[in-house]
Design a protein around this ligand. Structure first.
Ligand SMILES: NC(=O)c1ccc[n+]([C@@H]2O[C@H](COP(=O)([O-])OP(=O)(O)OC[C@H]3O[C@@H](n4cnc5c(N)ncnc54)[C@H](OP(=O)(O)O)[C@@H]3O)[C@@H](O)[C@H]2O)c1
Length: 244
Protein backbone atom coordinates (compact mmCIF):
# COMPACT_ATOMS: atom_id res chain seq x y z
CA UNK A 1 0.00 0.00 0.00
CA UNK A 2 1.00 3.63 -0.36
CA UNK A 3 1.39 5.65 2.84
CA UNK A 4 2.02 9.29 3.60
CA UNK A 5 3.18 10.26 7.08
CA UNK A 6 3.14 13.79 8.47
CA UNK A 7 5.27 14.05 11.61
CA UNK A 8 8.63 12.38 12.05
CA UNK A 9 9.01 12.14 15.80
CA UNK A 10 9.41 8.81 17.57
CA UNK A 11 6.08 7.41 16.42
CA UNK A 12 6.11 8.66 12.81
CA UNK A 13 9.69 7.44 12.31
CA UNK A 14 9.05 4.01 13.84
CA UNK A 15 5.93 3.55 11.72
CA UNK A 16 7.90 4.59 8.60
CA UNK A 17 10.58 1.96 9.31
CA UNK A 18 8.10 -0.81 10.02
CA UNK A 19 6.00 -0.06 6.94
CA UNK A 20 9.05 0.01 4.64
CA UNK A 21 10.29 -3.25 6.18
CA UNK A 22 6.93 -4.78 5.27
CA UNK A 23 7.28 -3.69 1.64
CA UNK A 24 5.03 -0.64 1.66
CA UNK A 25 5.64 2.58 -0.21
CA UNK A 26 6.19 5.40 2.31
CA UNK A 27 6.59 9.16 2.02
CA UNK A 28 7.29 11.11 5.18
CA UNK A 29 7.12 14.86 5.83
CA UNK A 30 7.42 17.37 8.64
CA UNK A 31 4.42 19.69 8.96
CA UNK A 32 6.72 22.73 9.19
CA UNK A 33 9.23 22.07 6.42
CA UNK A 34 11.44 19.41 4.91
CA UNK A 35 14.51 20.87 6.66
CA UNK A 36 13.13 19.59 9.99
CA UNK A 37 13.74 16.02 8.76
CA UNK A 38 17.49 16.46 8.51
CA UNK A 39 19.44 13.93 10.59
CA UNK A 40 16.33 11.97 11.58
CA UNK A 41 16.39 8.21 11.56
CA UNK A 42 13.47 7.21 9.36
CA UNK A 43 12.59 5.15 6.31
CA UNK A 44 10.87 5.89 3.02
CA UNK A 45 11.16 9.00 0.91
CA UNK A 46 11.45 12.36 2.66
CA UNK A 47 9.17 14.86 0.97
CA UNK A 48 7.52 18.24 1.41
CA UNK A 49 4.20 18.04 3.18
CA UNK A 50 2.36 18.92 -0.06
CA UNK A 51 3.86 15.79 -1.66
CA UNK A 52 3.19 13.48 1.30
CA UNK A 53 -0.54 13.61 0.59
CA UNK A 54 -0.38 12.77 -3.12
CA UNK A 55 -0.99 9.31 -4.61
CA UNK A 56 -1.48 7.52 -1.29
CA UNK A 57 -3.99 5.12 0.29
CA UNK A 58 -3.41 6.05 3.92
CA UNK A 59 -2.21 9.28 5.54
CA UNK A 60 -0.81 8.93 9.06
CA UNK A 61 -0.72 12.07 11.19
CA UNK A 62 1.78 11.74 14.00
CA UNK A 63 1.88 15.18 15.56
CA UNK A 64 1.35 16.86 18.91
CA UNK A 65 -2.40 17.54 19.23
CA UNK A 66 -1.90 21.30 19.25
CA UNK A 67 -0.24 21.19 15.81
CA UNK A 68 -3.32 19.73 14.09
CA UNK A 69 -5.01 23.04 13.18
CA UNK A 70 -1.82 24.10 11.36
CA UNK A 71 -2.26 21.36 8.72
CA UNK A 72 -5.92 22.06 7.91
CA UNK A 73 -5.03 23.63 4.54
CA UNK A 74 -3.05 20.50 3.60
CA UNK A 75 -5.80 18.13 4.74
CA UNK A 76 -8.27 20.08 2.58
CA UNK A 77 -6.27 18.83 -0.43
CA UNK A 78 -6.26 15.14 0.58
CA UNK A 79 -8.35 12.91 -1.71
CA UNK A 80 -11.64 11.76 -0.19
CA UNK A 81 -10.72 8.09 -0.62
CA UNK A 82 -7.59 8.46 1.54
CA UNK A 83 -7.84 7.00 5.05
CA UNK A 84 -6.54 9.45 7.66
CA UNK A 85 -5.04 8.00 10.83
CA UNK A 86 -4.51 10.05 13.99
CA UNK A 87 -1.87 8.79 16.46
CA UNK A 88 -2.09 11.77 18.81
CA UNK A 89 -2.57 12.02 22.56
CA UNK A 90 -3.42 15.22 24.36
CA UNK A 91 -1.07 16.33 27.13
CA UNK A 92 -1.93 19.80 28.49
CA UNK A 93 1.67 20.46 29.59
CA UNK A 94 2.80 20.00 25.97
CA UNK A 95 -0.25 20.95 23.93
CA UNK A 96 -1.28 24.02 25.97
CA UNK A 97 -4.77 23.79 27.35
CA UNK A 98 -7.33 23.04 24.66
CA UNK A 99 -10.59 24.19 26.21
CA UNK A 100 -12.94 21.80 24.39
CA UNK A 101 -10.85 18.75 25.32
CA UNK A 102 -10.54 20.02 28.91
CA UNK A 103 -14.35 20.19 28.90
CA UNK A 104 -14.66 16.56 27.85
CA UNK A 105 -14.51 16.51 24.05
CA UNK A 106 -12.92 13.26 22.90
CA UNK A 107 -9.37 14.05 21.71
CA UNK A 108 -9.63 12.57 18.22
CA UNK A 109 -13.11 14.07 17.75
CA UNK A 110 -11.44 17.44 18.37
CA UNK A 111 -8.71 16.52 15.88
CA UNK A 112 -11.29 15.46 13.31
CA UNK A 113 -13.14 18.75 13.79
CA UNK A 114 -9.92 20.73 13.31
CA UNK A 115 -9.15 18.85 10.12
CA UNK A 116 -12.69 18.85 8.77
CA UNK A 117 -12.28 15.13 8.02
CA UNK A 118 -13.07 11.81 9.70
CA UNK A 119 -10.04 10.08 11.24
CA UNK A 120 -9.24 6.61 12.49
CA UNK A 121 -7.51 6.69 15.87
CA UNK A 122 -4.65 4.18 16.09
CA UNK A 123 -1.05 3.84 17.30
CA UNK A 124 -1.85 6.02 20.32
CA UNK A 125 -2.04 3.44 23.09
CA UNK A 126 1.38 1.83 22.82
CA UNK A 127 4.62 3.45 23.91
CA UNK A 128 7.18 4.19 21.21
CA UNK A 129 9.46 1.50 22.68
CA UNK A 130 6.65 -1.06 22.54
CA UNK A 131 5.83 -0.16 18.96
CA UNK A 132 9.45 -0.40 17.89
CA UNK A 133 10.54 -3.51 19.79
CA UNK A 134 7.67 -5.66 20.94
CA UNK A 135 5.73 -6.55 17.82
CA UNK A 136 5.45 -10.29 17.17
CA UNK A 137 4.04 -12.65 14.57
CA UNK A 138 0.32 -13.30 14.45
CA UNK A 139 0.60 -16.80 15.90
CA UNK A 140 2.74 -15.85 18.91
CA UNK A 141 1.25 -16.22 22.38
CA UNK A 142 0.88 -13.13 24.59
CA UNK A 143 0.88 -10.87 21.52
CA UNK A 144 0.44 -7.22 22.55
CA UNK A 145 -2.71 -5.52 21.25
CA UNK A 146 -3.49 -2.02 20.01
CA UNK A 147 -6.86 -0.24 20.06
CA UNK A 148 -8.24 1.16 16.80
CA UNK A 149 -11.33 3.39 16.79
CA UNK A 150 -13.28 5.16 14.08
CA UNK A 151 -16.65 5.58 12.44
CA UNK A 152 -16.03 4.05 9.02
CA UNK A 153 -15.86 0.30 9.58
CA UNK A 154 -14.15 -0.55 6.30
CA UNK A 155 -11.47 2.12 6.85
CA UNK A 156 -11.03 0.87 10.40
CA UNK A 157 -10.59 -2.70 9.14
CA UNK A 158 -7.83 -1.59 6.75
CA UNK A 159 -5.99 0.09 9.64
CA UNK A 160 -6.54 -2.94 11.91
CA UNK A 161 -4.97 -5.15 9.22
CA UNK A 162 -1.97 -2.82 8.99
CA UNK A 163 -1.59 -2.91 12.79
CA UNK A 164 -1.55 -6.70 12.72
CA UNK A 165 0.98 -6.72 9.90
CA UNK A 166 3.22 -4.47 11.98
CA UNK A 167 3.20 -6.94 14.88
CA UNK A 168 0.22 -6.27 17.11
CA UNK A 169 -3.27 -7.66 17.53
CA UNK A 170 -5.86 -4.99 16.78
CA UNK A 171 -8.89 -4.47 19.00
CA UNK A 172 -11.88 -2.54 17.70
CA UNK A 173 -12.25 0.42 20.07
CA UNK A 174 -15.65 1.40 18.63
CA UNK A 175 -16.57 4.71 17.06
CA UNK A 176 -14.42 7.83 17.27
CA UNK A 177 -16.58 9.14 20.09
CA UNK A 178 -15.78 5.93 22.02
CA UNK A 179 -12.06 6.54 21.63
CA UNK A 180 -11.77 8.28 25.01
CA UNK A 181 -11.50 4.70 26.28
CA UNK A 182 -7.99 4.49 24.81
CA UNK A 183 -6.84 7.98 25.80
CA UNK A 184 -4.12 8.76 28.37
CA UNK A 185 -5.12 7.82 31.92
CA UNK A 186 -7.24 4.81 30.98
CA UNK A 187 -6.40 1.15 31.74
CA UNK A 188 -5.87 0.59 27.99
CA UNK A 189 -3.21 3.29 27.69
CA UNK A 190 0.38 2.13 27.28
CA UNK A 191 -0.09 -0.89 29.53
CA UNK A 192 0.91 -3.61 27.02
CA UNK A 193 -2.14 -5.85 27.15
CA UNK A 194 -3.14 -8.87 25.11
CA UNK A 195 -6.25 -8.73 22.93
CA UNK A 196 -8.50 -10.20 25.63
CA UNK A 197 -7.02 -7.96 28.33
CA UNK A 198 -7.33 -4.85 26.15
CA UNK A 199 -10.98 -5.65 25.37
CA UNK A 200 -11.70 -5.72 29.12
CA UNK A 201 -9.57 -2.63 29.79
CA UNK A 202 -11.49 -0.56 27.22
CA UNK A 203 -14.75 -1.46 29.00
CA UNK A 204 -13.30 -0.56 32.42
CA UNK A 205 -12.28 2.99 31.43
CA UNK A 206 -13.59 5.89 33.51
CA UNK A 207 -13.94 9.14 31.56
CA UNK A 208 -13.86 11.48 34.57
CA UNK A 209 -10.88 9.84 36.24
CA UNK A 210 -8.69 9.46 33.15
CA UNK A 211 -7.30 13.03 32.96
CA UNK A 212 -6.54 12.98 36.70
CA UNK A 213 -4.68 9.68 36.44
CA UNK A 214 -2.85 10.91 33.31
CA UNK A 215 -1.64 13.94 35.25
CA UNK A 216 -0.73 11.81 38.28
CA UNK A 217 1.72 9.79 36.17
CA UNK A 218 3.23 12.98 34.75
CA UNK A 219 3.62 14.33 38.31
CA UNK A 220 5.40 11.15 39.42
CA UNK A 221 7.87 11.49 36.53
CA UNK A 222 8.42 15.17 37.38
CA UNK A 223 8.97 14.41 41.08
CA UNK A 224 11.37 11.57 40.29
CA UNK A 225 13.19 13.23 37.43
CA UNK A 226 16.54 11.93 38.67
CA UNK A 227 15.33 8.32 38.52
CA UNK A 228 16.21 6.38 35.38
CA UNK A 229 12.91 4.56 34.69
CA UNK A 230 13.26 1.48 32.53
CA UNK A 231 10.60 0.75 29.91
CA UNK A 232 9.27 -2.00 32.18
CA UNK A 233 9.04 0.47 35.09
CA UNK A 234 6.97 2.83 32.93
CA UNK A 235 4.57 0.08 31.85
CA UNK A 236 4.22 -1.12 35.45
CA UNK A 237 3.58 2.41 36.71
CA UNK A 238 0.93 2.92 34.01
CA UNK A 239 -0.71 -0.39 34.95
CA UNK A 240 -0.75 0.53 38.63
CA UNK A 241 -2.04 4.10 38.31
CA UNK A 242 -4.43 3.71 35.37
CA UNK A 243 -6.14 0.75 37.05
CA UNK A 244 -6.55 2.58 40.36
N1 LIG B 1 6.08 8.88 22.05
C1 LIG B 1 5.20 7.94 22.40
O1 LIG B 1 5.50 6.97 23.13
C2 LIG B 1 3.80 8.02 21.83
C3 LIG B 1 3.03 6.86 21.80
C4 LIG B 1 1.78 6.90 21.19
C5 LIG B 1 1.29 8.08 20.67
N2 LIG B 1 2.04 9.21 20.78
C6 LIG B 1 1.42 10.46 20.26
O2 LIG B 1 1.65 10.50 18.85
C7 LIG B 1 1.99 11.84 18.45
C8 LIG B 1 3.42 11.81 17.94
O3 LIG B 1 4.26 11.35 18.98
P1 LIG B 1 5.84 11.55 18.98
O4 LIG B 1 6.36 11.04 20.26
O5 LIG B 1 6.38 11.03 17.69
O6 LIG B 1 5.84 13.15 19.03
P2 LIG B 1 6.96 14.23 18.83
O7 LIG B 1 8.26 13.55 18.62
O8 LIG B 1 6.88 15.17 19.94
O9 LIG B 1 6.49 15.02 17.54
C9 LIG B 1 6.02 14.46 16.37
C10 LIG B 1 6.43 15.30 15.19
O10 LIG B 1 5.79 16.58 15.21
C11 LIG B 1 6.78 17.60 15.08
N3 LIG B 1 6.34 18.81 15.77
C12 LIG B 1 6.60 19.21 17.04
N4 LIG B 1 5.97 20.38 17.30
C13 LIG B 1 5.31 20.72 16.17
C14 LIG B 1 4.49 21.80 15.79
N5 LIG B 1 4.19 22.78 16.65
N6 LIG B 1 4.00 21.84 14.53
C15 LIG B 1 4.27 20.86 13.66
N7 LIG B 1 5.04 19.79 13.95
C16 LIG B 1 5.55 19.72 15.19
C17 LIG B 1 8.03 16.98 15.67
O11 LIG B 1 9.18 17.65 15.21
P3 LIG B 1 10.54 17.67 16.07
O12 LIG B 1 11.00 16.24 16.14
O13 LIG B 1 11.41 18.54 15.27
O14 LIG B 1 10.16 18.23 17.43
C18 LIG B 1 7.92 15.58 15.12
O15 LIG B 1 8.27 15.54 13.75
C19 LIG B 1 1.83 12.71 19.69
O16 LIG B 1 0.55 13.27 19.72
C20 LIG B 1 2.00 11.73 20.84
O17 LIG B 1 1.31 12.11 22.01
C21 LIG B 1 3.29 9.20 21.32
Amino acid sequence: MKFGIIGAGSIGSIISKKLVKNGHDVKIADARGIEFLEGKELAGTTVRVEDAIKNIDVLILSLPTKAMPSIRNIIDQVGEEVIIVDTSNYYPFRDDKIEEIENGMVESVWVSNQLGRPVIKAFNNLLAYTLENEGTSVDSSERIAMAVAGNDTSQKQVVMDVVSELGFDAVDGGSLSDSWRQQPGTPAYCTELTKDELTIALKKANKEKAPLLRDKVIEIFAEKKDVDFSHEDVVNLNREIYNS
